[in-house]
Structure formats: C-alpha cells, structure tokens
Design a protein. Structure first.
Length: 177
C-alpha cells in the first residue's frame, strides 16, 4: 500500500470510529429522550451516521483492493431534507404542547458537541487531503455534519425558546423595525 493510501486508510479508520460513536450515541439517546419529536429526529440522524459508515467502508474496501479513491461512495446518499422535514412538521403540529425536559436538553447539548467534534475532524482532514475524490468525500461529509449540527441547534432553540424559533422559521418581522 502506498503512503497516500496508508494515510487515507488511517483517516478512514478514525472517521469510522467517530461515526460509530455518533451512531451509538444517537441509538442510546433515542431511548432517553422524552419527546416523540426528539426520538424521530435522533433516529434520522442515526440513520445518516449509518450511511456515513457505509461510505467509509466502501472507500476503505476500494483503497485496499485498488489502492485508489473511486466515486462509488457517491451512490450512498442521505436525504438532506428528512431531518428538517420531520422537525418542521412536528414543531408546527405540537407548538401548543412544547415543554423541554432537562434530559432532552442534555441529549441535545451532547449531540451538538459530537457534531462539532466531527466537523473539526473532517475539516482538518480536508485541509491535508490531496486526492480529488478524498477532498470531495470530506467536503460532502463536512456539509452533512454541519447539517446535523444545525438541526440539533434548531431543536434546542425550539425547546428552549419556541417563540424565537417560530419567529425565525416563519420569517416574521417586527412592524416598524
């Protein structure tokens, strides 16, 4: 295995461990969260982590066999709108029943931290990447992890300040402002 492939494999092993950590956390968090909205959103995030893991395994297999990056990983896609769609639908349906359980907020805070850790890891790898396919993979996964982070932040805002959430998402404006 050449030095570049070895470096990529090392990065992929670390990435797989990071994604597994996220998947395991979301799987556990689904059981701990009180709200149905939280469980559905965390389940969608967990399934996206599984797609990330499948991509990483696919790339690693290609590197082991061919010692080169290929584009096959691009066939494994996540529905970028699923988490937002679940969240927006549930928020509108249940806006009169909003209450944040302390445990739900703790779950969200830890999930936010996990996503920030993932973003930092992948951004650092992206800075060092040389292969164009590796750069594409890392740029895409950074974007998806940022989406996870934004969704968790969004839910945190919804649970802690629903009025601000509705103002932000319904693009309301203040008259005269």
């Amino acid at each position: 295995m050449n030095e570049r492939s070895h470096s990529s494999m090392t990065m992929l092993e670390a990435a797989l461990n990071l994604e597994e950590k996220g998947r395991a956390y979301y799987e556990k968090a689904i059981r701990d969260v009180q709200s149905r909205l939280g469980r559905e959103m965390l389940d969608a995030l967990m399934r996206e982590e599984l797609v990330h893991m499948d991509r990483i395994r696919m790339i690693a297999g290609s590197l082991k066999a061919e010692q080169t990056w290929t584009v096959e990983w691009k066939t494994l896609v996540v529905d970028k709108n699923e988490v937002n769609a679940i969240f927006n639908k549930m928020a509108r349906e249940h806006k009169s029943m909003i209450r944040a359980e302390a445990s739900d907020l703790d779950v969200l805070r830890f999930g936010i931290d996990l996503e920030l850790e993932s973003i930092a890891f992948y951004e650092d790898c992206l800075k060092r990447a040389q292969d164009p396919q590796e750069k594409d993979f890392l740029a895409q996964i950074v974007g998806e992890e940022r989406g996870h982070h934004a969704s968790l932040e969004d839910m945190h805002l919804f649970l802690t300040n629903p009025q601000a959430w509705f103002t932000e998402h319904e693009h309301s404006s203040l008259d005269g402002a």
